[in-house]
Design a binder for this molecule. Structure first.
Ligand code: ADP
Ligand code: MG
Length: 338
């Protein structure tokens, strides 16, 4: 294990994470041509869009198109909205195959792929137990409720039929929730909207999930990773170009009771909060992928998670362990070249 490092040695990064002498935070060098927008409330989180546009009006219009796309994704995929496509699936898929949009079908297929890659640590059926938690209201299921709902958690209960584009649950008591991948997907959709408009330099963030296209005037974008307990403290600054980054933390949505932290990442095997790391930051090509993979370390623990991440060629990770150590995947190890 490696002691807490204030800054990573950028020379050892893979080539998509470029060397950068001057650490410029994304918001610090405002120029007229950079259009920046912060919007609270979509998907229950903060959305940030920054883009470079020759024409301010066009840039602002592109920002609005990104927000509209994110609202659309939220409407379709939120379990908080009883009329969403996902809520419909939860209501009916135990009884019969439900025809769904290709967008949802593909995201379910991707979720199952991530379940397989992570040995079941990422599992959208976590919601079979997870729906009984309400972290804002300090509500959690008791042991008996967990025990009886736990058999509903297993990604293998999801039966996808590509021909008819349907999903069915193999048994009653199964629920899905895309809270662990939906923001990443929405960020990727937002980036796609910008790319279709010819935008070449942009950052789109939804809560802990970000994706970047291009650079910032010859410099990479720099994303800070915060300390799990000290909000203002940055433990590492990651220069990025054409990459996505997701951070999951046990400090995002939680309550403490009798010395135990109950928080929003659930171990699919136990139905309890998974606390084997304090935070996990994943860097990869798309935000769907980095979002989907950032829960794994909480469930499997740092060593097993690093093993899995190291096997994935396009993924790097930075983990903060419960005792405050920081662990890196091979591609980020300070002083080691690939
Ligand atoms: P954020 O919601 O801020 O993007 P994360 O990316 O860390 O936070 O995702 C946490 C969410 O993932 C939880 O609120 C829940 O919806 C979902 N989730 C929790 N446990 C799991 C799990 N084992 N597998 C898949 N999704 C999970
Ligand atoms: Mg996320």
């Amino acid at each position: 294990m490696r002691a807490l490092l204030p800054l990573l040695d950028s020379r050892s990064y893979r080539d998509r994470i470029l060397a950068c002498a001057l650490f410029v935070f994304a918001t610090s060098s405002v120029r007229a041509e950079w259009v920046e927008h912060v919007e609270d409330g979509i998907m229950g989180t903060r959305i940030v869009v920054e883009l470079w546009s020759e024409d301010r009006a066009q840039g602002e219009e592109a920002v609005q198109a990104v927000l509209a796309e994110m609202r659309r994704v939220d409407q379709a995929m939120s379990t908080y909205k009883p009329t969403s496509e996902v809520s419909l699936v939860n209501d009916r898929a135990a009884k019969e195959p439900i025809k769904i949009s290709s967008e949802l079908f593909d995201l379910l297929a991707t979720s199952i792929e991530y379940s397989k890659v992570t040995g079941g640590a990422f599992d959208i059926t976590y919601a079979s137990v997870g729906f009984m938690y309400d972290f804002r209201e300090r509500v959690r299921p008791d042991e008996e409720q967990i025990r009886s709902a736990l058999p509903g958690i297993n990604y293998r209960h999801l039966i996808l039929d590509p021909k008819s584009r349907t999903v069915k649950f193999a048994r009653p008591g199964v629920r899905i929730d895309l809270g662990g991948i939906g923001k990443g997907h929405a960020v990727d959709r937002g980036i796609a909207v910008l790319q279709s408009r010819g935008v070449e330099h942009a950052l789109v963030t939804a809560g802990g999930d970000s994706r970047i296209i291009g650079d910032r005037f010859g410099n990479p974008w720099v994303v800070g990773i915060r300390h799990p307990d000290r909000k203002e403290e940055v433990i590492a600054r990651i220069p990025l170009e054409d990459a996505a980054l997701s951070t999951s933390g046990d400090y995002e949505r939680y309550f403490d009771e009798n010395g135990v932290r109950y928080h929003h990442i659930i171990d699919p095997k136990t139905g309890h909060s998974a606390s084997k790391v304090r935070s996990a930051t994943i860097i990869g090509p798309t935000a769907t992928r980095t979002d989907g993979l950032s829960k794994t370390a909480f469930v499997l623990g740092p060593e097993r998670a690093i093993e899995i991440y190291n096997k994935l060629e396009d993924i790097d990770a930075i983990l903060v362990t419960p005792d405050g150590h920081v662990l890196y995947t091979k591609g980020l190890e300070p002083g080691e070249e690939d």
